[in-house]
Design a protein around this ligand. Structure first.
Ligand code: NI
Length: 256
């Protein structure tokens, strides 16, 4: 069956301030975005995510501790994640990974917490949604060493064409968001041109990284269509094709 709707696979709708959730979801629906996945960043997000996925049919969640929050880790979180992940609308562990952009003072702790969560994802048989900021090599090496069974999405992919090719060779998927619409995002545009659509899924990372033409305002799931349109233009294919393939990819990865 052809998929004619979009999915925003990484959207912090719990962090959008200028709209309430009802409005966010209505705007999404009016722009053909049928499903939304909320990533976890800190433990404070978990209960909000559980409430939202219970309340709204088309909203799914991930649970994970963002690398910038690594210092807040405690081992009780493992049990909490295991318990919450019994809900079938928890579809991944994320966003987890490494971030050397903001603060390099606790890289070793970031790595440790990343590895624990990879093992947890493997145990729970869930895919992993990766946050990698200026840490491409370490992120990749850790995934290669520790991830045994989980599907991997490189959320907000920000590497070179060469790194993108290395990732898809390893079977990883690339999450592509608003950055690709930026005029000066030459590297991202090259990545999208070079990588087969079969390895791409769409996301907004709302409320951040708002695509053109709405830069400067808060991002929201409805704007994932601008990402899809840019990919269609770069690859010189129809918007329908981008929609169909990226939505099938996302439904397959996250078992939506
Ligand atoms: Ni995010």
């Amino acid at each position: 069956m052809k998929k004619n709707y979009l999915i925003d696979t990484h959207s912090h709708i719990n962090m959008i301030e200028s709209l309430d959730v009802e409005q966010v979801l209505e705007n999404a629906k009016n722009n053909n975005v049928e499903k939304i996945i909320i990533p976890g960043a800190s433990a404070q997000d978990f209960d909000v995510i559980m409430q939202l996925i219970e309340k709204y049919d088309n909203v799914y969640g991930m649970l994970g501790i963002h690398p910038s929050e690594a210092k807040s880790w405690n081992d009780e979180l493992i049990e909490k994640i295991k318990k919450y992940a019994q809900n079938s609308k928890i579809v991944a562990i994320g966003e987890i990974g490494l971030d050397y952009y903001w603060d390099k003072s606790f890289n070793d702790l970031q790595k440790e917490i990343f590895i624990r969560q990879i093992k947890l994802a493997n145990e729970l048989n869930l895919p992993i949604d990766i946050h990698d900021r200026e840490a491409h090599k370490d992120t990749f090496d850790i995934l290669q060493e520790y991830n045994k069974t989980s599907k991997v999405v490189m959320h907000c992919f920000s590497g070179s064409v060469e790194f993108a090719k290395e990732c898809i060779k390893a079977g990883y998927y690339l999450g592509i968001g608003g950055v690709v619409t930026f005029k000066n995002a030459k590297k991202m545009k090259e990545v999208v041109e070079a990588i087969p659509l079969e390895y791409i899924i769409l996301e907004t990372d709302a409320p951040y990284l708002t695509p053109t033409p709405y830069r400067g305002t808060e991002n929201q799931p409805a704007y994932v269509k601008y990402v899809a349109e840019e990919i269609a233009a770069l690859k010189n294919i129809s918007l329908d094709k981008v929609t169909e393939v990226t939505t099938s990819n996302a439904e397959c990865i996250f078992k939506l």
